[in-house]
Design a binder for this molecule. Structure first.
Ligand SMILES: CC(C)(COP(=O)(O)OP(=O)(O)OC[C@H]1O[C@@H](n2cnc3c(N)ncnc32)[C@H](O)[C@@H]1OP(=O)(O)O)[C@@H](O)C(=O)NCCC(=O)NCCS
Length: 183
């Protein structure tokens, strides 16, 4: 991941139980993640992915170190609201008429629970698609828990189609749906 040095002291890092916060999604800025976002990224991952992963915080730290991952943060003023992680790789072989296309995989997307259902997820997803397209990706895939209907609604409304279910993918053996969109 390309990281930038940010201002001193992580702000908007804590993501414990918070009162509902109304935001105007169009006021949100979406920018590349910086080193000083780590506390926020790890804390929000650990909170929202705890049903699916025993150690989502460590998984986020690994994604922050991955050279193929692009991470973006949505923020308003000094408040971080959510993030998206997209992994982009060259396929390394021809695919149909395409000589050496890249493919993208959405590794994670999350919005602070007290700021959900206000359009931030849609904006983060659109940003991930834009970044993937700009890096030459021809498709965007993802896995989501079969029970995660909220996430599926977001992905379906953005044009993703379900490819197939997979058994025993998450921490408690939950099934996943694989979803796909051409870019
Ligand atoms: C899934 C998740 C990222 C969605 O984020 P979100 O910010 O709540 O998503 P959005 O607000 O953009 O969209 C959800 C709904 O909010 C409403 N909404 C969208 N834009 C809105 C706006 N401008 N104003 C008010 N409501 C809006 C819509 O009802 C939308 O549903 P739709 O898709 O039918 O249009 C979020 O619920 C989350 O972090 N979940 C936990 C982590 C997770 O499960 N991630 C996915 C793993 S694969």
């Amino acid at each position: 991941m390309t990281v930038q040095r940010g201002p001193q002291g992580p702000r908007g890092g804590g993501v414990g139980r918070e009162p509902r916060d109304r935001v105007r999604p169009l006021d949100a800025t979406i920018r590349p993640a910086r080193l000083d976002d780590e506390e926020f990224l790890v804390a929000l991952s650990a909170r929202v992915f705890r049903l699916y992963s025993r150690d989502a915080g460590s998984a986020m730290r690994r994604m922050m170190r991955s050279r193929t991952s692009e991470i973006a943060v949505a923020e308003h003023g000094e408040t971080r609201m959510g993030f998206v992680v997209v992994d982009i790789k060259a396929l390394g072989r021809p695919f149909g008429p395409l000589k050496r296309p890249s493919v993208a995989h959405l590794d994670a997307i999350a919005v602070r629970p007290n700021m959900s259902s206000q359009g931030i997820g849609h904006r983060l997803l659109a940003h991930a698609e834009k970044v993937a397209r700009a890096r030459g990706a021809v498709s965007l895939s993802l896995l989501t828990a079969e029970t995660n209907t909220e996430a599926q609604r977001l992905f379906r409304s953005a044009g993703f189609q379900v490819l197939a279910p997979f058994d025993n993918v998450y921490a408690d053996g939950q099934r996943a749906l694989s979803m796909f969109k051409s870019l």
